[in-house]
Design a protein around this ligand. Structure first.
Ligand SMILES: [Zn+2]
Length: 276
C-alpha cells in the first residue's frame, strides 16, 4: 500500500537572499538548490503527490516578498507537483493589493506571513495594537479571494529574528475578525504548543501545521493531537534540517503518528485554494 502525502511546507527555489540568511544556510550545512526534477518525492511506500513551496527567507530581513518571484520561476518547471504560497511583508513599502493581485494571478494556494522575521504581531492591524493598515489589507485580500493565511508561530533562532512575535495567541483576534482559515505553521513550537492546540480546538477556522516538529517530539509537544485530527496539517520544513529528504521526513512522521489521510493529505486540500 502506498501512503499518499502532501508536504505543505517546503523552502526550495528561493534564489538570492541577504547576506545574513546566506551565511546561515552555509553554516547550517543546508543543501544547494536542486532543480525541481531532481527533488526526490518517492521512497518505498511513501508518495509525496504535492509539495507546497513557502517563500520565507531563513532569518530576519526587510525584503518585501522573501524570494516569492524566484521561487515562482523555479516552480514553473514542474507545476503539477509543486504548489506555492504567496507572501508579503506588511512592514515594507510594497503595495499589498497590487503585489498580492499579481501573485494571485500566478495561482497561489494561500498567503504566508512571517511575523518573527518581519517584526510585527499577527494582530497589529487592530487599533489598540499598531493599526498596521498593510496587515489589514493582507487579511482582507485573503477574505475576498478565499485564501488561507499561514502564519509562522514559534521561535526562530536565526540572525535578526525576534521570537516574541511567534506567540500564536495573537491569532485569536485574526480568527475572530476575518472570515478566513488560518494555518499556524510549526504549531507554536517549542514554547507555545499548548496555546496553538487550544486555538485549533477552539476555532473552526484555525489549523495546526506541524512542519519542523521532530517526529520524536510530536507526541510530547501535542499530547492530545488525536482529538483534533481533522485540524492538523503535515509539512516537513525541508531543507531546513540537513540530512533529510522530503519523503523520508514524511515516513518518520507516519511511523510516529500512524498514517492518517486527513493529516497527511486531505486537510490541506480542504483549506487551500486553487489546487489543480
Ligand atoms: Zn518554514
Amino acid at each position: 500500500m502506498n501512503y499518499r502525502v502532501i508536504d505543505a511546507h517546503v523552502h526550495l527555489g528561493l534564489g538570492e537572499m541577504n547576506q545574513d540568511c546566506t551565511e546561515y544556510v552555509k553554516r547550517a550545512g543546508l543543501r544547494n538548490n536542486p532543480m525541481p526534477a531532481e527533488v526526490n518525492l518517492e521512497l518505498e511506500d511513501v508518495v509525496v503527490e504535492k509539495v507546497v513551496l513557502v517563500p520565507s527567507f531563513p532569518c530576519g530581513n526587510t525584503a518585501s516578498t522573501d524570494g516569492f518571484w524566484p521561487q515562482k520561476h523555479w516552480r514553473s518547471m514542474m507545476e503539477d507537483r509543486f504548489l506555492q504560497y504567496g507572501t508579503v511583508n506588511p512592514n515594507s513599502e510594497v503595495s499589498v493589493e497590487e503585489e498580492l493581485a499579481s501573485q494571485y494571478s500566478g495561482g497561489i494556494v494561500g498567503i504566508k506571513l512571517h511575523p518573527v522575521h518581519h517584526f510585527y504581531k499577527p494582530n497589529d492591524y487592530r487599533e489598540e495594537e499598531k493599526g498596521l493598515g498593510r496587515l489589514q489589507q493582507v487579511y482582507e485580500f485573503a477574505e475576498d479571494h478565499h485564501l488561507p493565511v499561514i502564519i509562522h508561530t514559534g521561535t526562530s533562532i536565526t540572525k535578526g529574528a525576534r521570537s516574541k512575535y511567534g506567540d500564536p495567541i495573537y491569532i485569536e483576534d485574526v480568527a475572530r475578525d476575518f472570515r478566513i482559515n488560518v494555518i499556524m505553521a510549526h504549531g507554536g513550537r517549542p514554547l507555545w504548543t499548548s496555546t496553538a492546540l487550544f486555538l485549533a480546538k477552539q476555532f473552526s477556522n484555525v489549523f495546526l501545521e506541524i512542519s519542523s516538529v521532530p517526529a520524536k517530539r510530536v507526541k510530547e509537544y501535542f499530547p492530545r493531537i488525536g482529538e483534533i485530527k481533522d485540524k492538523v496539517i503535515y509539512g516537513s520544513d525541508f531543507p531546513n534540517f540537513p540530512g533529510e529528504s522530503i519523503p523520508g521526513d514524511a515516513a518518520m512522521m507516519i511511523r510516529t503518528l500512524g498514517y492518517d489521510a486527513g493529516i497527511f493529505h486531505d486537510n490541506f486540500l480542504r483549506v487551500a485554494a486553487n489546487v489543480p
